[in-house]
Design a protein around this ligand. Sequence first.
Ligand SMILES: Cc1cc2nc3c(=O)[nH]c(=O)nc-3n(C[C@H](O)[C@H](O)[C@H](O)COP(=O)(O)OP(=O)(O)OC[C@H]3O[C@@H](n4cnc5c(N)ncnc54)[C@H](O)[C@@H]3O)c2cc1C
Length: 229
Amino acid sequence: MREAKLIAARMLTPEVRELTVDAGPGFVFEPGQWVSFRIPQSTEDRVARAYSIASPPRQDGTFLVAVTRVEGGPGSNFLHTIEPGEPLAMLGPEGLFTLHKPERPILMVATGTGVSPFRSILLAYEQLPETLLLFGHRTEQDLLYREDFVAIEQRRGSFRYIPTLSRGGPEWPGRRGYVQSHVPEMVRMLGGDCDVYVCGLNKMIQQVRGVLKNDLGIPRQRIHSERYD
Ligand SMILES: Cc1cc2nc3c(=O)[nH]c(=O)nc-3n(C[C@H](O)[C@H](O)[C@H](O)COP(=O)(O)OP(=O)(O)OC[C@H]3O[C@@H](n4cnc5c(N)ncnc54)[C@H](O)[C@@H]3O)c2cc1C
């Protein structure tokens, strides 16, 4: 267990709080990895919860996580109330949801805070093959880190950010519906052959995997996923 400290916090959307954590200069990780925080107030013994790192590696050992508040959930509620300056016990980094040798176009699919590892990867690696980030959420105000992805899109011709809303208002000009319904078109836009990275809740991941394997014939070895539940 490493003694880290919360040094800043802000709300990214009405449900998501971003934490800046200082784990000290010796802390190194690979973009796409996660850490787990000990949740002290829990009635269960020694509960820990995992969070993907949303920032690229930094020299000083600080990093960002984005936490969705889950009704009644001990981990997310603790992380939504802890104040800057307070200690945070953590383990990690861990996880294999890192970029595999990029040899073909990349499709990233995320919902909610599942977009965090992709933010880390996209900010860490300037040179990537053609990449599409398909991001699903409910409403426009839920699109966390939208301005960052739009900025990456503006400076890199090889990257596109494609949000889709399941409950977009009448003024929303973009795509609508769940991510899985847009996956076939994304794969076509990438020429039919791509590596796919999927991150979020398991139900979405299973549906995206089903479309990729059964409808589009993408081999299993090209599909990488990280499930949050
Ligand atoms: C590898 C990994 C990385 C993760 N990274 C993140 C992250 O970057 N940000 C983050 O917010 N969560 C992340 N999670 C989920 C996180 O670990 C907790 O499960 C979540 O915060 C809920 O914990 P809780 O104690 O508040 O609620 P619990 O009572 O433990 O969980 C209640 C239910 O909440 C649902 N849930 C879990 N995560 C989410 C979510 N993100 N959005 C909506 N519903 C959810 C699940 O259905 C779960 O069964 C990650 C999980 C894993 C395994």
